[in-house]
Design a protein around this ligand. Structure first.
Ligand code: F6R
Length: 567
């Protein structure tokens, strides 16, 4: 959450940082700001989006840092936007994370006569740096040691073409070029400038200048090798969510190709219990993973929401972490507790060089391509495919290209299916399924809530009669997902029960008609376990169309951010 970026070198720092902030905006977009090292420090902040900063005057500064915010402490106002200046106006700071002991630090500053101008936790860093009477790199170390919680920050000082960097608890990557250097919260923002990045680890800090990066840990100089950045900046488009959905067939192919080169960790073969951990949409992928791994391999599996995860390590455990960004704080915290307990870990992620990719014992890269829209779409489908491939591999079965081609063809058809109807949006809306289709129903409801702000819930078909059916009347509508032949009779009965109470029913089905008022018929899949990759598409499109029809921005829904880096 929050994106931070810095540039130092021969080019125009203002323009480069503003461009970079646009690429980081999916991490948070309630306010933004930039600090330029001119004769003195020039700071510009807005309570709006990054585009508002385009208004700021031209500058020939060679050093700048910028920030795009997702508010934790303090409302999204210009005063609370970053960068924050120190009391003497000589240091500017941008921060990503949450400083847990900020109340104590604030009191200490107040006792020294320093009044904070914002409600943020972050502002303390600027004042604390200015109070240290030493070299800035050492000041960064000292201040860093006093901050509890997640505190990754960048700082610039008046009169210096240098960026001071510290990482703790939120990601930070650096690219060094000929006479210039870039640093940013994620490699996507570096990708227009370099295909390599040094990914900092927790507790590492240093100084970036036109002549390179000096990196330290615990007072000692360290050297780190850059990794290859395997992503390219997304093309400009009116709606990223729509473009990302359209790209699904190619993304699925890339996931399949990536899997061919993946060496399955030996612990997977012998695992007695497989834990699958993720949040939100990624958790739904975990539910699917549990189902497909149990069905294919007979292994005992548990899917757990990362924020609820409390591992009790057993001999033969393996933990799989599903995370598009690889930076979700709840997921990383669960990963860290598994590592502390000696449970082998595997990350399934879309971002090379992300914390999950680097910290898990092994990692599988989805290669779905950059996902900018806050609502996960193609990455979810690629996560399902990856988990299916993993289950098949562990069961000793090869998945042929012909199967993937069938899924891609079916995806193309499903992408053209129109599920949106005005009456759905004017009704109490329910998503219904059984088995694997209940997972799809949950994902469909989440997508709708997330980008339309409308209430929608998901229920297992057989569960309705235990209470929720009381809500069914002429004002209700149910979207029923059906992809498994063995569940068809149950779903036909459910649809009948719903219609008998006056509810409108729309079926998304790979198994033919099930007696609903309207059917979206999708191709019947040879391998039913692959159908959830297809059946979720009309639901994702429904949410997208509804969001656009309501005049909302599906790429940047309120209160959300792509990468949830706070606990
Ligand atoms: C929903 C959505 C979120 C994420 C969740 C985990 O569309 O995108 O629910 O799935 O925040 O994010 P990652 O996968 O990056 O760990």
């Amino acid at each position: 959450m929050c994106g931070i970026i810095g540039y130092v070198g021969g080019r125009n720092a203002r323009d480069i940082v503003l461009e970079g902030l646009k690429l980081l905006e999916y991490r948070g977009y309630d306010s933004a700001g930039i600090a330029l090292v001119e004769d003195s420090l020039a700071v510009y902040k807005t309570a709006g989006r990054v585009r508002e900063l385009n208004m700021l005057p031209k500058s020939d500064a060679h050093t700048a840092i910028g920030h795009t915010r997702w508010a934790t402490h303090g409302r999204p106002t210009a005063a609370n936007a970053h960068p924050h200046l120190s009391f003497d106006g000589k240091i500017a700071v941008v921060h990503n994370g949450v400083i847990e002991n900020f109340a104590v630090l604030r009191e200490e500053l107040a006792a020294k006569g320093i009044t904070l101008l914002s409600d943020t936790d972050s502002e303390v860093i600027a004042h604390m740096l200015a109070l240290e009477n030493c070299d800035m790199t050492e000041a960064v170390r000292r201040v860093g040691e006093r901050l509890k919680g997640a505190a990754t920050f960048l700082a610039v000082k008046e009169g210096e073409d240098k960026i001071y960097i510290r990482r703790f608890g939120a990601s930070m990557a650096v690219s060094v070029g000929e006479g210039e250097g870039f640093c940013a919260s994620d490699v996507l923002a570096l990708s227009p400038h370099s295909d390599r990045a040094i990914v900092l680890g927790d507790g590492e800090y240093g100084v970036l200048s036109a002549s390179g990066l000096d990196l330290f840990k615990d007072g000692r100089r360290i050297k780190k090798q850059p990794i290859l950045i395997r992503c390219s900046p997304p093309k400009d488009c009116a709606c990223h969510m729509s473009a990302e959905l359209e790209e699904l067939p190619e993304a699925l192919q890339r996931t399949y190709d990536s899997f061919k080169n993946f060496h399955i960790p030996s612990e997977l073969a012998g695992a007695k219990r497989i834990l699958l951990v993720g949040c939100g949409t990624a958790y739904h992928a975990c539910l699917y993973g549990k189902l497909v791994l149990e069905r294919e391999t007979g292994a005992r599996c548990e899917a757990v929401v990362a924020s609820e995860f409390e591992p009790d390590a057993n001999e033969g455990d393996l933990a799989i972490f599903v995370t598009q960004s690889g930076e979700t704080a709840d997921t990383l915290s669960a990963l860290h507790s598994c590592k502390r307990q000696g449970i082998p870990t595997l990350a399934i992620t879309n971002v090379a060089g992300s914390s999950a990719a680097l910290e898990a014992d092994s990692s599988f890269l989805l290669e779905a391509g950059a996902e900018i829209a806050v609502a996960a779409t193609k990455s979810y489908c690629c996560q399902l495919l990856a988990l299916y491939l993993l289950a098949k591999k562990r069961a000793g079965h090869a998945v042929e290209q012909s199967e993937i081609s069938e899924v891609k063809r079916a995806a193309r058809e499903a992408l053209d299916a129109v599920a949106y109807e005005e009456r759905l949006m004017n009704s109490k809306l329910f998503f219904i399924g059984k088995g694997q289709d209940y997972i799809t129903a949950r994902e469909g409801a989440l997508k709708l809530r997330e980008i339309t702000y409308r209430q929608a819930d998901a229920y297992p078909a057989g569960e309705l009669k235990h209470g929720t059916i009381a809500l069914m009347d002429e004002g209700a509508a149910a979207i029923v997902v059906a992809t498994e032949e063995r569940a068809k009779c149950r779903l036909v009965a459910t649809v009948e029960e719903l219609r008998a109470r006056g509810a409108y029913t729309l079926a998304v089905s790979c198994v033919g008609e099930i007696g609903a008022d309207k059917h979206i018929l999708l191709p019947r899949m040879r391998e039913e376990a692959l159908a959830p990759i297809i059946s979720v598409l009309p639901l994702q499109y429904l949410a997208l169309t509804a969001s656009l029809t309501l005049g909302l921005d599906p790429d940047k829904p309120r209160n959300l951010a792509k990468s949830v880096t706070v606990i």
